[in-house]
Design a protein around this ligand. Sequence first.
Ligand code: MN
Ligand code: MN
Length: 336
Amino acid sequence: MPRTVLPDARRSPRFSGIATFMRYPRLADVLPENLPLDWAIYGVPFDSGVTYRPGARFGPRSIRDESQYIKRFHLGHNVDVCDRLSIADAGDAPVSPFSIASTLDLIDDFTSELGDPVRTRLMAVGGDHSIAYANIRAAFARAGEPRGGLALVHFDSHLDTVDVVWGERFSHASPFRRAIEEGLVDPKRMLSIGIKGPLNSAEDLAFARGAGVTILTPDDLMRTPTIGPGATERTPYGLRLSEVGAFVRRVGEAPAYVTFDVDVVDPAFAPGTGTPSIGGLTSAQALELIRELRGINLVGADVVEVLPDRDVSGITALLAAQVMFELLALDAVSRR
Ligand code: MN
Ligand code: MN
């Protein structure tokens, strides 16, 4: 008996019915034998935290639509995600489009009721990156408020550690500043992958570096010695992953959270986002990096910043859906 019951695609086509994430059951439709739930996935249709182009409020709807063709078996990890995990689409969190603070509180209230308070992990689908703060706070509580905070793997073109923008402390430029300050995240076990310029100033780096965040730029990931012991370290997609592997070993069994801002991927592959940044990862490299996280103890995640109105043929929303599946597969393979 699979833990997540999907409609049989050979009887009810993938283009029919109500579009939930990856065709996972709605939370209300999960069978009693498949409780407690392992993952509750919920949308947060909110973009009032952006500092540039709005529109990510339509992200969850677009990702649900594009996710219908994401299947259940992960080839690389050799695992059937739906056999291993009980997953549901919990719908959308309520939002307050005129207020970031109210929305973060609404997300708290919403997540406090989702699934089993200990067993069920939360995946938030944005929406802009400001909503990550609320989901990290919820994941921290569910993980038993680990001393020092959660380990965090952060995929982004931007550090998102700005203190204040336009008088606002909780915009999409600041979620990790707040999470670090409040002890929800341990900056010494935080890895920011894909960060690149241009920045507003050198000051943007100071807080993260000072706090001990490990920062890997695309150059760090792709630069390879042409001679010597590092020369053969590159993967088929051209990445040098030794520092990612070292991070995974260093984090060990500690509860870890993954936050994925789609603007980490180059706009050639992910044009549908509000603050695009040239010179990013390819979509294949992003997936390879996530797969390299195999072994971490994933206790929560978010995928954010899909802006459908700037998207081209759903490519960015489809990438976001695939990333969600990759994250679930990381958990599935570690529970074998
Ligand atoms: Mn970003
Ligand atoms: Mn971000």
